[in-house]
Design a protein around this ligand. Structure first.
Ligand SMILES: Nc1ncnc2c1ncn2[C@@H]1O[C@H](COP(=O)(O)OP(=O)(O)OP(=O)(O)O)[C@@H](O)[C@H]1O
Length: 294
């Protein structure tokens, strides 16, 4: 393709995707005979936390891997911040890759590296000219940012609790000051208090740093408490995207069962209770705390 044509195409994409961080069109993924996605479309808006839900095996992680370039789809288009990502060599898409951080399922920390060394991995990879002292300072800052104590830095993953491992993975995902954060089941395996604390931390970071968050989860509390919109995967596609009230208005059996089943109703009741508590606290003291969403 001649260079001017490529330039024209990129400018058009940048304009077209002005308020969109991630745009997926016509995505198709298969493994042998198994068709996982077929004509999947999705837009993630800049600055939102988009929850991605769906039954087990519906292809949530494969979708994330397709966006971040770990899975080459059979067909379709993926744009991140207006740049086409499919078929781009690592070097070509480097500027965009630097703008995202990923927390994989289970944290995916390197077991032979300390927490601080784990956080430093992307810094070493993408900014090899940064010296050891500055690298250490950045890692210590990111570790504190996720709510971990400074003493966690020299520890190995095997010495951490599940919740601490997730935070260490989050610190690594934040290492390069990303604009975009991918979180794959961040609260899986955490106790309810640990999960709520992790959600609060995610929301605070997203608001403070102006992040866009693509968040795969099965955790209804997470969806209700911190997600701006939710995308539902079923039948090899994204069948709906919207706020929870918008999704509840749809007549899809899986959506109704998921959000209106006993767990969904419990999560709704918890959110409403918290809202009432916050409102009462504000009325009584004029200084209500918390984000009022959980
Ligand atoms: N590398 C692979 N090779 C073969 N099949 C794969 C591969 N990766 C994913 N799959 C299959 O694709 C389907 C979707 O997998 P994926 O991990 O995206 O599901 P998911 O929606 O994230 O599920 P869960 O909620 O259980 O984590 C599954 O049936 C899985 O077995």
């Amino acid at each position: 393709m001649a260079p001017p044509a490529v330039e024209e195409e990129r400018v058009e994409c940048a304009v077209e995707h002005g308020d969109i961080a991630i745009s997926v069109r016509g995505l198709r993924n298969s493994f042998g005979d198994q068709l996982v996605h077929d004509g999947l479309d999705l837009d993630v808006r800049k600055g939102e936390i988009l929850g991605v839900v769906g039954g087990s095996g519906t292809g949530k992680s494969v979708l994330m891997r397709s966006i971040i370039g770990l899975q080459t789809p059979d067909a379709g288009e993926v744009h991140v911040f207006g740049e086409s990502m499919i078929g781009r060599l690592d070097d070509e898409a480097l500027a965009i890759r630097k703008r995202w951080g990923v927390l994989f399922q289970g944290g995916a920390l390197f077991s032979t590296l300390t927490v601080a060394e784990n956080v430093e991995v992307p810094i070493r990879e993408y900014y090899p000219n940064i010296g050891p002292q500055l690298r250490d300072e950045i890692a210590a800052y990111k570790i504190r940012m996720t709510g971990l104590p400074e003493e966690a830095g020299p520890k190995f993953p095997s010495e951490l609790s599940g919740g601490m491992k997730k935070r260490a993975g989050l610190a690594r995902a934040l290492a390069l000051d990303p604009d975009l954060l991918f979180l794959d089941e961040p609260t899986a395996g955490l106790d309810p208090i640990g999960a709520a604390a992790f959600d609060d931390q995610t929301r605070k970071l997203q608001q403070t740093l102006g992040l866009t968050v693509f968040l795969i989860t099965h955790d209804l509390d997470t969806l209700y408490s911190i997600c701006d919109r939710v995308a539902v995967l079923a039948d090899r596609q994204v069948i709906a995207v919207g706020t929870i009230p918008e999704l509840l208005a749809l007549d899809h059996p899986w959506i109704q069962e998921y959000f209106n089943g006993p767990r969904g109703r419990a999560a709704t009741a918890a959110v409403e209770r918290e809202r009432d508590r916050s409102a009462a606290a504000q009325d009584g003291q004029g200084n209500g705390q918390g984000n009022g969403k959980r």
